[in-house]
Design a binder for this molecule. Structure first.
Ligand SMILES: [Zn+2]
Length: 307
């Protein structure tokens, strides 16, 4: 875990991307302090706080969640006196993921869950009390922290139903949450390919110098540009397989990832193929995702590529 100054009074707490849940956070260290996203469990979030304590004068007055996935908000309770800010739909979706369920998968000896469980061994989901946002965003929320303008902008549904990005126009920084995965394969929950591309275009239009992705290293505009190209490529490659009547996993096996094969966890492709299939079937943007089927699909893709 690394604390990096990325602008005047602006810091990122970065985790190396080692798979599921290795997310990033931010701190705007003025106007009482604003933390952008907490981490997946309490121990990780305490480590984050230790990093931020090196530079802040006291606990922040505000925490903003970019979306409701646990790896961005399950540490919220450690900011007990802070105002928690997020999109209205982020708050509504907060209970969709359960720390108890994640802990039971982590501790499961079901062979079908072995790959999923292995990725969770680094975490401890005990003791987490879901602490959703109570200050709710609709289209956007503008703050001014000791003269530093902060724009919280709704761009969903792209990665999830309630995606918010945090833009600092003075410092030319964007905290993208999971609208941007950098050098690792994106997973989409609620939303569409078109909305996700539009959200990436909105980041590009803000013309930031520094973009902090939800996962992976800090980047410039090449980050959102390359991810948009990935989404468009996977969507285009998937469609003929859908019309040919192939199953999702058979479609995924036939897609040549080319340069994207080097991104972390390329087997997450199955999530993106499944999203394309949901769209092509005309399903709603918040149609449920069968997580266990996706876990099985990822394991099958890994075996297929190794063979
Ligand atoms: Zn995430």
């Amino acid at each position: 875990m690394e604390l990096r100054e990325i602008g005047n009074h602006v810091f990122a707490c970065l985790q190396p991307d080692r798979g599921l849940g290795w997310s990033n956070s931010g701190l705007i260290n003025s106007g009482g302090g604003l933390v952008v996203d907490t981490f997946w469990d309490l121990a990780r979030t305490r480590q984050m706080i230790e990093q931020y304590e090196r530079v802040w004068s006291g606990p922040p007055r505000r925490v903003a969640n970019t979306h409701h996935n646990g790896d961005h908000c399950w540490g919220n309770q450690l900011f007990a006196d802070a105002e928690i800010i997020g999109h209205r739909l982020c708050a509504e979706a907060f209970g969709k993921e359960s720390p108890e369920l994640m802990q039971s998968i982590r501790n499961s000896d079901d062979p079908a869950l072995a790959g999923f469980a292995a990725g969770l061994q680094e975490y401890d989901f005990s003791g987490i009390e879901l602490t959703p946002p109570t200050t709710l965003i609709e289209d956007r929320l503008d703050l001014e922290l000791d003269g530093t303008p902060v724009e919280l902008i709704y761009v969903g549904p792209a990665h999830t139903i309630g995606d918010v990005i945090v833009h600092l126009p003075q410092q030319r920084v964007v905290f993208a949450g999971d609208v941007l995965f950098r050098l690792c394969t994106p997973i989409g929950w609620e939303g569409t390919f078109a909305n996700w591309s539009a959200a990436l275009d909105r980041i590009i239009a803000l013309d930031p110098e520094v973009v902090v992705p939800g996962h992976g290293p800090v980047c410039g505009l090449e980050g959102p540009r390359e991810m948009k190209a990935y989404l468009e490529y996977v969507r285009a490659e998937t469609e003929p397989h859908f019309h040919a009547g192939l199953s999702e996993i058979e479609a995924a096996k036939r897609i040549d990832l080319g340069p994207y094969a080097g991104w972390n966890e390329p087997e997450r492709l199955i999530f993106n193929v499944a999203r394309a299939y949901r769209e092509l079937r005309g399903e709603a943007v918040d149609a449920p995702v069968d997580v266990m089927a996706m876990a099985g699909g990822m394991a099958e893709l890994r075996r297929h590529w190794q063979a």
